[in-house]
Write a protein that binds this ligand. Sequence first.
Ligand code: HQG
Length: 183
Amino acid sequence: MSSKRFTETSKFLSYVLRHAPESIDLQLDSEGWGDVDALIAGAARQGRALDLAHLQAVVASSDKKRFGLSDDGRRIRAVQGHSTATVELQYAPKAPPAELYHGTATRFLDSIAQQGLIAGNRHHVHLSHDPATAIAVGQRYGSPVLLHIDAAAMHAQGLTFFQADNGVWLTAHVPVAFIRQPG
Ligand code: HQG
């Protein structure tokens, strides 16, 4: 099985399970779960041949562990990154590490200095405990820059953090006061 096919399926799953389940007539519950058979049928209507074994392999091999399958293998979801309004993942609030990181592109810095980090189309701002991961995320949009986030101070002020099943940290908004750009 080629890795190209894995990447294509991963992108398709990200699109459908995070942003546009209606594009294949898939229903997601509020926790983001959709029926695997319905997803396979919806994909087939678009000429995309998927089967359970392939989906299991893509879920297992996803570098960022983007997706989850239910224990019985009948339901699938994205673990974070949603924009679709019907899904609201109920992760339990969790105390973050003292410092977290956000990677962005230099062209966004002026706006971030005005507004702080905003969720945009997604439901949360995404933060990483790992600087290298954050830089790779920022690189997708241009010349990357690493921002240090004072998560301990945010948490002490009552701002809420969640951790997705794949380890990504989520919060509603990072005010400017908690963002530091070293150097
Ligand atoms: C920027 C990937 C202007 C923000 C990653 C980012 C992540 C602002 C972009 C996940 C801003 C949004 C999410 C402001 C934030 N003004 N720009 N006030 N506040 N931004 O893709 O965090 O590979 O929605 O810095 O691993 O880049 O898809 O968010 O550059 O976990 O699984 O607006 O996506 O995962 O971009 O990435 P995104 P993100 P996957």
